[in-house]
Design a binder for this molecule. Structure first.
Ligand code: ASN
Length: 342
């Protein structure tokens, strides 16, 4: 008799496990055991499902770097015993968490699938059951005794995406996530179709390394017409700031005013990393395509290419935490580490 595939569910909170507080009417996280009771279908799956729950499940708006360390450590502790991991997480910050975990788990050879829902699992019209059941099935997929998915994925509304390519783009549709610069890794319909050509495969199979040092002395500054020097200076002069993402227009464009150039130049000279990431959800930064990005190229601003803001900010936390030298930083950031950029 073949051994059953072992899956660990890691419950962090999110709408999937929420209930209405009868006094205020607001949704609040509730106990994991109650959540499991709502899905008797789990018993029909041909795998052995175990679970770990955050002591206090949270709305994902309360996620911080210490929660990412807790998720990574839980995977590390259980890595040899389980064939796959499903992380139940609120959708609001799921793309940030999936991106962070993709960097923290180096040489991953087992699936880590993030999922959640837009409606609580107890709701009649819930999307939670399909998301959870299919995520478990995906985490349990095996081919020639090896996991099919060997990366951090995000499954939502019939699609599995590479986690660090996603962004939450809709607060009410069941189709809440998009991956505009990378195709889905799998789609669920009558059949569960996996697209092998898009799966991440590390060059050599090495053992798992879990990185737990993250530095959150980083910032995101979104440009808008009328954006002024005081705002720029207040961000660049934040105590201990080590890196700032400038969310630019279109293909990486920004105003050409002298004050902007001078302030960025001073910051770069002080050793603050400046990264150009487009505020568009699809497409890439191409510095030098327009006159309005030539100044950034001249200043040696780091090119975020087609990375999402979520994957960029977490990559910064990871690289600074790992102590990447000032000399190498630009080259390392501009290199795809976990398939987060082209
Ligand atoms: N506020 C919720 C959360 O992110 C939203 C959700 O899960 N759909 O925890």
């Amino acid at each position: 008799m073949s051994k059953k595939t072992k899956i660990l569910l890691i419950y962090t909170g999110g709408t999937i496990g929420m209930m209405k507080d009868y006094k205020s009417g607001a949704l609040k996280a509730f106990d994991f055991k109650k959540l499991l009771k709502n899905i008797p279908e789990l018993n029909q799956l041909d795998c052995s499902i175990h679970s770990y729950s955050f002591e206090t499940p949270i709305d994902s708006s309360n996620i911080n770097t210490s929660h990412w360390v807790l998720i990574a450590s839980t995977i590390e502790k259980n890595y040899d015993e389980f064939d796959g991991f499903v992380v139940l997480h609120g959708s609001d910050t799921m793309s940030y968490s999936a991106s962070a975990l993709s960097y923290m788990l180096e040489n991953l050879s087992k699936p880590v699938i993030f999922t959640g829902s837009q409606l609580p699992i107890g709701d009649l019209r819930t999307d939670a059951k399909e998301n959870l059941i299919t995520s478990i099935q995906i985490a349990a997929l095996r081919d020639k005794n090896k996991a099919v998915i060997q990366e951090v994925g995000l499954y939502f509304e019939y699609k599995l995406y590479r986690g660090n390519r996603t962004t939450k783009f809709n607060a009410e549709h069941f189709e809440a996530f998009g991956s505009l610069n990378y195709p889905p890794l799998a789609e669920s319909g009558v059949h569960l179709k996996v697209y092998p050509e898009y799966l991440f495969r590390p060059k050599k199979q090495k053992s798992l390394i879990v990185h737990k040092k993250l530095d959150n002395n980083v910032a995101i500054l979104k440009l808008f017409p009328g954006f002024n020097e005081h705002l720029l200076q207040s961000v660049l002069n934040t105590p201990n700031i080590k890196a700032v993402i400038i969310e630019t227009y279109g293909s990486g464009n920004a105003p050409t005013e002298d004050w902007l150039i001078q302030n960025l130049e001073t910051a770069i000279k002080k050793g603050i990393h400046i990264i150009n990431v487009t505020q568009c959800s699809g497409g890439s930064v191409i510095m030098g395509q327009y006159e309005t990005s030539e100044h950034l190229k001249r200043l040696q601003v780091i090119n975020g290419k087609d990375i999402t803001t979520e994957a960029a900010i977490t990559k910064l936390m990871y690289l600074i935490g790992a102590g990447v030298s000032e000399k190498l930083f630009k080259t390392v950031f501009e290199t795809s580490l976990r398939g987060e950029m082209n």
